[in-house]
Design a protein around this ligand. Sequence first.
Ligand code: ZN
Ligand code: ZN
Length: 385
Amino acid sequence: MAEKRDYYEVLGLQKGCSDDELKKAYRTMAKKYHPDLNPGDKTAEAKFKEVNEAYEILSDSQKRARYDQFGHAGVDPSYGAGAGAGGFAGGFDMGDLGDIFSDIFGGFGFGGSTRTRNPNAPIRGNDVSVQIGISFMEAAKGAKQTIQIQRLERCDDCQGSGAKKGTSAETCSDCHGSGQVRVGQRTPFGMVQTTKTCPKCGGKGKTIKEPCESCRGMGRVRHIRKLEINIPAGIDDGQTFILRGQGDHGINGGPAGDVNVTVSVRPDPLFERDGFDMWCEIPITYSQAVLGDEIVVPTIDGKVKYTVPEGTQSATVFRLRNKGIQFVNGRGRGDQYVKVVVEVPKNLTNKQKDALKNFENLTTDKNYEKRKGFFDKIRDAMGKN
Ligand SMILES: [Zn+2]
Ligand SMILES: [Zn+2]
């Protein structure tokens, strides 16, 4: 495999560039190498893939930070040795680091400060956050996707008790299950009784003589799961949707947490989005603008025909009602705006130039309303010379 190019270099950017610069560079490059615009061109196709990959990593702040620090090995598990285990398809990329933290903290699912009086009270599982990259079309129309998450699930072998099969957790003999013990403390005001976390059971109120081997006594184990998700139509870049009850399992019968899915929408080479409206720009020729013509307009439902009327000025905007983005929380859609821009022809042959000069000689003020009006104004304001 050839040496991978630096993602910033691929997009023609410098490390430390802003999100806006990143988006702009991506739009330009994606347009340049888009397969639709370069049919059959294998080099363009490869470049297009490279550009997309670079954008997918750099537009995700977490991945970008990893990439800045570790290079390709930080974001691609198949690149070099010893990289993290997380793939980037699902957007979840904690890798080995995540496991280390889960070993230290994850088994409890709650911090010291919230370790309350009753250690047997049900506790809701933590939320799990993932970030996914989707295309403009997927955001506009909705899509199904499979994502990968890591979550803590109740251990099947011990039914969550943490005790080895055939044994059970016992109520702590020091704190009698409360998880806290009273201690006398000498202070300037004399002896004061305070409570502190029971050192014998660590505040759990229970002791486990023989811990379950599967969960090492934690009662929950970390699993990697694939979830089939429906991306809601109309979702926009940076928005988050929630999969209820798909996060970490609870403790002591508490409910599961949620999975928060944040989407990062790749810019589209044709469409730009503005709320639920969308814009596209279509180049037309000089004679199409002058004579009128039927043009093909891309929409998210496919191509439609649109008749540009005779005498259409450059930068005229047409509105296609209800051809925009689906409202994410209701019925109806936004509109699509189509801006037609007259492309001035270049690289004319002499023959073409002559034809144009002949045409120009045949035009009069009657053909150029604006131009005539403009020179009338100049004359009014500045006199004949
Ligand atoms: Zn277990
Ligand atoms: Zn105890």
